[in-house]
Design a binder for this molecule. Structure first.
Ligand SMILES: [Zn+2]
Length: 329
């Protein structure tokens, strides 16, 4: 539990954090930045435990007083900031940090404050925190975890060592799912792609029934599209507006055409990512390779346009018309 060895990927970052402890060169503030579910909290936990361990080795020892307190969730000198709200406000900063940061640590050399979801700190909360970040007591250490640096003041960023956690390679996420959840190779591969480099996200998707339902719905519509009337296709564009804020349905469509192309060119079902749709995928190979590539490109173009704030409904209409045109029999 909470060991560096349990964390997948990010080797360079972990080596760096360990080294700062070993050489006693830790900074007073770190900001870990990475997308949802990428392991920020796990890294912060391992770092806190290592920082406080009384018998430092390659890992924290797991048996000293500090390690035992930490593992029991009772470490007096590691404080996790919590909130019931969607953002962390000035009250939380005042009550949970400012009122206690002046008091010496209970029994260990450092007093660590971990701020999860630091990207939700309100401007007032950031202002309240700023002075302490600028002139912290020598025993204080802050670890901020954020999905993005954008909402944070430049002054907050410049007071912290900013460490980016890049997305993990799909293969690594898939391997994790296979080893830890005994997912089949195909399922692991599919969900690794949807999770875009985040193990936490992959775990969530695997357990999320609405995700599976969305995929069934979207792929069924895409299969029907070639035979749909023009009016129904336009209605579908309207229906997709329900997923405006969750563009994973576009990844689903793109992955579908990837599999149809693979099925067409290799004739080998083992190469498909979405094995569960095998029969449907092979049934869709009746159109030319060039047309299938055009379909995949239509999805990519739609994604690009939406990322540039293109009109959603219009983008969907164009994409669906394009796919329809390229898959008509
Ligand atoms: Zn220890």
């Amino acid at each position: 539990m909470f060991a560096f060895a349990k964390i997948w990927g990010n080797e360079t970052l972990l080596r760096y954090l360990k080294k700062t402890v070993q050489t006693q060169t830790t900074s007073h503030a770190y900001l870990l930045v990475g997308k949802y579910g990428c392991g920020k909290k796990m890294i912060a936990d391992a770092f806190c435990r290592y920082l406080h361990c009384e018998n430092l080795g390659v890992e924290a020892c797991g048996v000293c007083t500090s390690c035992r307190l930490f593992d029991a969730g009772n470490h007096p000198d590691v404080i996790y900031i919590t909130t019931e709200k969607k953002s962390i406000g000035v009250e939380e900063i005042r009550e949970q940090i400012l009122e206690t940061v002046g008091l010496l640590p209970y029994s260990f050399p450092k007093k660590i404050y971990v701020i999860p979801n630091a990207h939700t700190l309100t401007p007032q909360a950031q202002n309240a925190l700023l002075k302490t970040l600028e002139e912290p007591p020598q025993y204080a250490l802050f670890i901020l975890l954020a999905e993005s640096t954008e909402p944070l003041f430049q002054t907050v960023l410049s007071r912290s060592i900013v460490l980016q956690l890049p997305p993990l390679p799909d293969d690594l996420v898939a391997e994790y799912l296979q080893k830890n959840l005994l997912a089949t190779a195909d399922t692991a591969k599919t969900f690794a792609i949807y999770a875009q480099g985040s193990i936490g996200m992959a775990l969530e998707l695997l357990q999320d029934e609405s995700f599976a339902a969305l995929r069934d719905f979207v792929l069924e519509k895409i299969r029907q599209l070639p035979k749909m009337s023009l009016g129904d296709a336009l209605l579908l564009a309207k229906e997709f507006e329900n997923y405006k804020n969750d563009l994973r349905f576009l990844d689903m469509i793109e992955l579908w055409y990837r599999d149809v192309l693979v099925a067409k060119s290799t004739k080998n079902p083992n190469h498909l990512i979405q094995q569960e749709y095998q029969a449907d995928i092979f049934a869709a190979t009746g159109v030319s390779t060039a047309n299938l590539i055009a379909c995949a490109e239509a999805v990519q173009l739609a994604k690009k346009q939406l990322s540039q704030n293109g009109n959603f409904r219009l983008t969907m209409e164009v994409m669906l018309m394009n796919i329809k045109e390229n898959t008509k029999s």
